[in-house]
Design a protein around this ligand. Structure first.
Ligand code: PSV
Ligand code: MN
Ligand code: MN
Length: 386
């Protein structure tokens, strides 16, 4: 039997970080469809993130991407966030948009380009000092397009050297989260393509280096929950970039494409003791055709639903069935939890927190969408091309 009160108490502590770039316009390489009312500044992105938190009660921090969110005064930006009831979260670096990075950033064959990239990462740590952020999230677009283009092993050495310099700069309460992705924009070799590579680098660096799992960054069919279980077992799971995908790095709403996979991942998190602030639950999404704020509210709710189902798994019954080798009973325990309609439970949790039980409806009724559509003209593009 699961303890419902404990499940509700756990759900009340859940925090999902939303990404500043998800509030801006985005698109594919073919077209960016501009939406009315999107933020023009980092301050306005934070205003929108604060709305997501206001209606879900579960999105208290917002991640920044530098230089997309570059400002003169980061402490003032943090104060702006706090005034709106949220905090600044992970600082995401960007070493993929300058012409200099055509052949890579920290793995580039030229020392001068590597220096520039590392300096940017160090600047991101300065930003963290000013914002009070704990996590530096690193994703490198580095790789090669053709066999022989560069020395794959030498690139690993350059990566290790760069990471070590940044690691040494981290404060006592700061961490480095290393993200992997199997391809794109490089199409032959990627310098951090998988969790094994990320894990090997993080292990060498030390306890402040952790792996981040972006759910859209694996080959189709990859058993992501196995990766989650393994990283947790090794104390190396720093967090998630949640999103969902049908094909490649689609960056669709978390839980939209495969809610069962999200449940399986959350089950391993819960089972592995990862439902703690040490594992950052972040979204990394782009809302190309749908309205952004409600899409992000929906995504947060999807993560909550997967978490609620994972918490509902009758672990004693599961352990007993597993020990007895009863394949069907064990699978049945897991499926019973997955097939539970947790929406009433989450509505109750929200009411107990003083929130509207229906965040989507509450946002719609709030009039915020109409207000920003009238007030903001000339919204920013989220990332590429910004
Ligand atoms: C790369 O595909 C990635 O997932 C990294 O987290 C980037 O920083 C982010 O997308 C930008 O949207
Ligand atoms: Mn990501
Ligand atoms: Mn991605």
């Amino acid at each position: 039997m699961t303890d419902l009160a404990a499940v509700k108490a756990a759900l009340k502590t859940q925090a999902v970080e939303t990404p500043s770039w998800a509030y801006g316009n985005s698109g594919t390489r073919f077209k960016v469809f501009a939406q009315a009312g999107v933020p023009r500044t980092p301050q306005e992105k934070i205003e929108d993130a604060a709305k997501v938190h206001e209606f879900t009660g579960a999105a208290p921090t917002v991640a920044l991407h530098i230089p997309w969110d570059r400002v003169d005064d980061y402490a003032a930006l943090a104060a702006h966030a706090e005034g709106l009831g949220v905090r600044l979260g992970a600082i995401n670096s960007n070493t993929f948009q300058d012409d200099d990075y055509k052949l890579g950033s920290v793995c580039h064959p030229e020392a001068a380009v590597r220096r520039k990239a590392v300096d940017h990462l160090l600047e991101c740590v300065d930003v963290m000092d000013a914002t009070g952020s704990r996590d530096l999230k690193l994703w490198f677009a580095d790789g090669t397009n053709y066999p022989g283009q560069d020395d794959i092993r030498a690139r690993q050495d350059r990566l290790a050297e760069a990471l070590a310099e940044v690691y040494a700069r981290l404060g006592d309460d700061q961490r480095m989260l290393l993200e992997y992705k199997f391809f794109e924009p490089a199409f032959y070799s990627t310098d951090v393509p998988d969790w094994g590579t990320a894990y090997a680098h993080c292990l060498k660096l030390g306890p402040k280096a952790q792996v981040v799992v972006d759910t859209g960054h694996h080959a189709p069919g990859t058993n992501i929950e196995f990766i989650v279980a393994s990283l947790l077992r090794e104390d190396k799971l720093g967090g998630f970039d949640f999103n969902s995908r049908f094909y490649a790095d689609d960056d669709l709403m978390a839980g939209a494409a495969d809610p069962f996979q999200l449940f399986r991942i959350m089950y391993e998190v819960v089972r592995g003791g990862g439902f703690t602030p040490e594992v950052a639950f972040m979204l990394d999404q782009c809302h190309n055709i749908e309205a952004k704020i409600p899409a992000i509210i929906r995504s947060v709710m999807n993560v909550q639903e997967a978490t609620a189902k994972a918490l509902l798994v009758d672990r004693d019954a599961l352990a007993a069935a597993q020990a007895a080798g009863d394949v069907l009973a064990a699978n049945g325990v897991l499926m019973d939890a997955y097939n539970t309609d947790v929406r009433p439970l989450l509505a109750e949790v929200r009411s107990e927190l003083g929130l509207d039980p229906d965040p989507m409806g509450a946002y719609r009724r709030s009039g915020w969408a109409e207000k920003i559509t009238g007030a903001r003209v000339g919204g920013q593009q989220a990332g590429w091309g910004a």
